[in-house]
Design a protein around this ligand. Structure first.
Ligand code: ISL
Length: 567
């Protein structure tokens, strides 16, 4: 297999807790995933990325790991995972594991040792610091910096027994590892090699642009009304980030017979930095998850919604297409386990849901880069009708709500309305397999409520229906596998300022694709700035029946999208 082949792969993200529950305890598991390999194969994806299944206290649904070399009993056993790897390989699919090494669980033996005393050999494996000079440890304001945690409150937790604070950018049960310490890095690389030797094919690296911190740990301007503020400028893409990833590449990926697929999740990463991270010559990672397009519809945090203009969304994707055109590579996603449902957020989850879900897929898959399908998006699953705080399970949502209530400064009903649009839990409701009671997800009581619309939106109704959202995804994947222009073509935006039409051309010396999509519930007529040669080009894909596009002036029905091809 040539080395560049990985660029033709399509990745499917499984959030194990919510995918399929084989043992009836209400939580998805590995045997559940095994029972759905046929489904994944039918969809045609090349790679399955598993959100964490490692041993974990589940403070953040597995993103808090207490043993990197074992499977949590909630999800099954190592033997189940070995079986999954073997079964996927037998179907010519790959398995990518989530790699969460910016932090561990506070219950990981490394942290337990580190916490046991100031002289412990692993003390320096985490970020321990004295209280702010002149302050009493544990008192408000005594934290070493005023950084705010992603999950509310300070990033520092006081440890009475040893008289120091430890750093946690996320929950207090997720202490940050100290990557400055060579032994930490060696332990991580050894663990990664252990997994690759076991047969996994790559890693999705959780917040991997937070592993190098500014050692001076400076304070930041606080948010209005809070003693704390976002410290990200001091730990995003820090001074040694590239060095650490290049070292990881040398120690783990170099010299392996097969291509190891790597994607670094990188909040706040810039295009310029991403070009360096993904430049193949530099040997760091294949691609990054950037956050530009999922940050446009809210203010400083996700529960502060802002209207989104289509022109801004297009410009965001286009900037990355252009920025990584010569060197580097994009990842393409609308959603994942941290984002609300794509069709509810960027499309239309009412009357035009099916057309909108297909159009979103068409536009995403035909940009240049690796598409990621988040479980359920291939069915057009929507946000859930969450109303009360009791409906939620996510630590980010619950902590934010608790802090807002305690602070007394936020309009709580308004906050609940925002949560009903943007909470991470919308992505985490059970996969909708069929119309039965619990959507075919579990025979027990699901850990989070099934979306009541599963009676209409479910896999059973779609897999054999040629007009389904599922079938449309299958066609997009086939197109990528059979037409090199999808992977290799350059990207040229058309009508970038238009607030209803998303159109672009992909081009290689041998072929051209033109995508035109209506992102609105009203029909629209538009003249695209293209030559007459497109007039009666071949329609390779459409989301509505009887598409008859005549260019350059084209009329698109509500949420209609067409893909044309010429040589
Ligand atoms: O969802 C977020 C808060 O609004 C993001 O900042 C998110 O926390 C960030 O993208 C990092 O996400 C990853 O690391 C977290 C984990 O909770 C997320 O599920 C994971 O994808 C900590 O491990």
């Amino acid at each position: 297999m040539v080395d560049q082949d990985w660029r033709r792969w399509v990745v499917y993200q499984v959030y194990p807790r919510s995918f399929a529950d084989a043992n009836g305890d209400g939580v998805g598991d590995l045997r559940g995933i095994l029972s759905k390999v046929d489904y994944l194969s039918k969809l045609g994806v090349d790679v399955v990325w598993l959100s964490p299944v490692y041993r974990s206290p589940m403070d953040d649904n597995g993103y808090d790991i207490s043993d990197y070399r074992d499977v949590d009993p909630l999800f099954g056993t190592l033997a189940d995972l070995d079986e999954l790897i073997a079964v996927l390989h037998a179907r010519d699919m790959k398995l990518v594991m989530d790699l969460v090494v910016n932090h561990t669980s506070d219950e990981h033996p490394w942290f337990q040792a580190s916490k046991s005393g100031k002289d412990d050999p692993k003390r320096d494996w985490y970020w321990w610091r004295d209280p702010r000079p002149g302050h009493v440890g544990g008192a408000p304001g005594a934290e070493p910096t005023n950084w705010e945690s992603y999950f509310s409150g300070p990033t520092w937790e006081w440890d009475e027994a040893t008289g120091q604070y430890y750093l946690h950018l996320f929950s207090r049960k997720q202490p940050d590892l100290n990557w400055e310490n060579r032994q930490v890095r060696a332990a991580v690389y050894e663990m990664m090699n252990w997994w690759l030797d076991r047969g996994v094919d790559g890693f999705r690296m959780d917040v991997i642009n937070m592993i190098s911190k500014n050692l001076a740990l400076p304070d930041v301007p606080p948010r209005p009304g809070s003693p704390y503020g976002p410290g990200n400028r001091h730990f995003i893409c820090g001074p040694r980030n590239h060095e650490f990833l290049a070292e990881m590449h040398r120690e783990v990926f170099a010299g392996r017979e097969r291509h190891i697929l790597t994607v670094g999740e990188m909040p706040d990463v810039t295009v310029e930095d991403a070009r360096l991270f993904t430049d193949p010559e530099r040997r760091e990672v294949d691609m990054v998850f950037q956050f530009g397009h999922v940050s446009l519809d809210h203010g400083a945090h996700r529960f502060d919604p802002k209207p989104l203009k289509l022109s801004a969304l297009k410009a965001s994707l286009a900037d990355w297409q252009t920025g990584l055109a010569g060197t580097g590579w994009n990842s393409l996603y609308w959603g994942n386990h941290d984002q609300p449902r794509a069709v509810s957020r960027f499309g239309d989850d009412g009357a035009h849901r099916v057309a909108a879900a297909k159009t979103l897929a068409t536009v995403l898959h035909l940009h240049r880069g690796t598409p990621y399908i988040y479980q359920g998006d291939e069915l057009g699953m929507t946000n859930s009708p969450f109303a009360a705080i009791e409906d939620y399970r996510d630590i980010e949502t619950l902590n934010f709500h608790a802090a807002a209530v305690a602070g007394g400064t936020v309009d709580v009903p308004e906050l609940l309305q925002a949560m009903a649009r943007t909470s991470r839990d919308h992505a985490r409701t059970p996969m909708q397999w069929d119309a039965s009671d619990q959507a075919g997800f579990t025979t027990g009581k699901p850990w989070i409520a099934v979306n009541p619309n599963h009676v209409e939106i479910n896999a059973a109704a779609q897999v054999d229906d040629p007009d389904s959202v599922f079938a449309h995804h299958r066609r997009l994947i086939d197109l990528r596998h059979t037409d090199p222009v999808v992977t290799d073509g350059s990207f040229e935006p058309l009508v970038p300022e238009h607030e209803q039409v998303w159109a672009f051309v992909r081009r290689t010396p041998d072929a051209e694709l033109l995508v035109a999509a209506n992102f609105g519930a009203d029909p629209i007529e538009i003249t695209l700035p293209v030559d007459e040669g497109w007039c009666r080009a071949e329609v390779v894909l459409a989301n509505l029946p009887d598409a008859d596009p005549v260019l350059p002036t084209i009329t698109l029905r509500p949420w209609e999208s067409v893909v044309l091809r010429r040589r």
